[in-house]
Design a protein around this ligand. Structure first.
Ligand code: TYM
Length: 329
């Protein structure tokens, strides 16, 4: 049996090139080496208020983005978290073995909590639900961007804690980061991670941005006071643009250096924009084909949930037995 891969995206904003380079691109590349499950984590999204109609629409949009990016539904399951109730069930069981202190230490929790007037309990429990997503499928590999590394460490700690309390139950998942593009920074502020929720029209290139708009955002990206690329003295903004180019082109380091050393920033931005657009255009064409077929995305999501539910249910049954909860079979 092939080892399993699991990863997910929150349907909480417009997917951007950071999500693509940090996660999706890697998923597409490795999907056939594993039994692959890719999830739209709607239960995670509601840890912060989402307008219901927008959330509902966003879920199918993201499924179509997975497909357009190259996830093959014949091989990989594409599913929505809330369609498989076992995610929430296992999350509760794991909650009961999670020290609150572990959760209060999470940097994403601290950052998100800061911007909320009232902090919902779900925000604190967020990483436990994420651990449940992964452990439910006994996933060996979790391909994510750099910002999820701490959550993955917590997942491993929880698996270890559960295994030592109740006996060997969970596979230890490994974090799988891309070598380039694991942390794409905001175009307007290269000190901040490119984020779905950040406001500001120049912050992120969304995967569904019209090419004209994508070009504009890149041409306006923040650089520094130097005139041209100096690899011995790379500012964060220039390094970010080079990283985006390299992740998309897959050029090796030495070719990057040879090509870009001494290039003026205006020209650099032009070339980055062209590289981004050459990926966006065919992607968006596929996206529009996929979404023009009524009912297609919904059928993929139904099939995905049906395919993975037996795996999830078997884990919940096993965990119940381990913990001494009552089972009917
Ligand atoms: P989310 O929805 O914030 O992001 C989805 C994926 O995109 C990556 N990513 C980035 N990579 C590079 N540069 C960036 N600026 C950037 N921004 C985001 C993220 O690392 C992620 O891989 N908690 C997760 C969703 C989740 C999950 C899971 C992931 C829930 N359960 C189980 C893996 C396994 C999240 O909010 O991702």
């Amino acid at each position: 049996m092939k080892a399993r891969v699991f990863s997910g995206v929150q349907p909480s904003g417009d997917l951007h090139i950071g999500n693509y380079l940090g996660a999706l691109k890697n998923w597409v590349r490795i999907q056939y080496d594993y039994e692959s499950i890719f999830c739209i984590v709607d239960l995670h999204a509601i840890t912060i208020y989402q307008e219901p109609a927008a959330l509902r629409a966003k879920i199918e949009e993201i499924a179509a983005i997975f497909l357009a990016a190259g996830i093959d539904p014949k091989h990989s399951a594409i599913m929505v978290q809330s369609s498989v109730p076992a995610h929430a069930e296992l999350a509760w069981m794991l909650t009961c073995v999670t020290p609150v202190g572990w959760l209060e230490r999470m940097t994403q929790y601290k950052m998100k909590a800061e911007s909320q007037e009232t902090v919902g309990d779900g925000l604190l429990q967020y990483p436990v639900l994420m651990a449940a997503d992964i452990l439910l499928y006994q996933a060996a590999i979790v391909p994510v961007g750099e910002d999820q590394r701490q959550h993955l460490e917590l997942t491993r700690d929880l698996a270890q804690r559960f295994n030592s309390l109740y006996g060997d139950t969970f596979v230890m998942p490994e974090t799988h980061l891309p070598t380039v593009g694991a942390r794409v920074m905001g175009l307007d502020d290269p000190e901040k991670k490119m984020s779905k929720s950040a406001s500001g029209s120049g912050h992120a290139v969304a995967l569904l941005d019209p090419p004209v708009q994508a070009r504009k955002k890149i041409m306006r990206a923040t650089t520094d006071s130097l005139p041209a690329v100096d690899f011995d003295n790379l500012g964060a903004g220039v390094a970010n643009l080079l990283g985006i180019f390299q992740a998309l082109s897959e050029w090796p380091e030495n070719r990057m250096k040879k090509h870009f050393a001494g290039m003026r920033y205006g020209e650099l931005k032009k070339q980055v924009a062209e590289m981004v657009i050459s990926h966006l255009e065919p992607f968006q064409k596929r996206y529009h084909e996929i979404t023009s077929e009524a009912g297609y995305v919904a059928s993929i999501l139904r099939e995905g949930a049906e395919r993975v539910a037996p795996i999830a249910d078997a884990t919940v049954e096993l965990v119940k037995k381990r913990m001494g909860l009552y089972t009917l079979s």
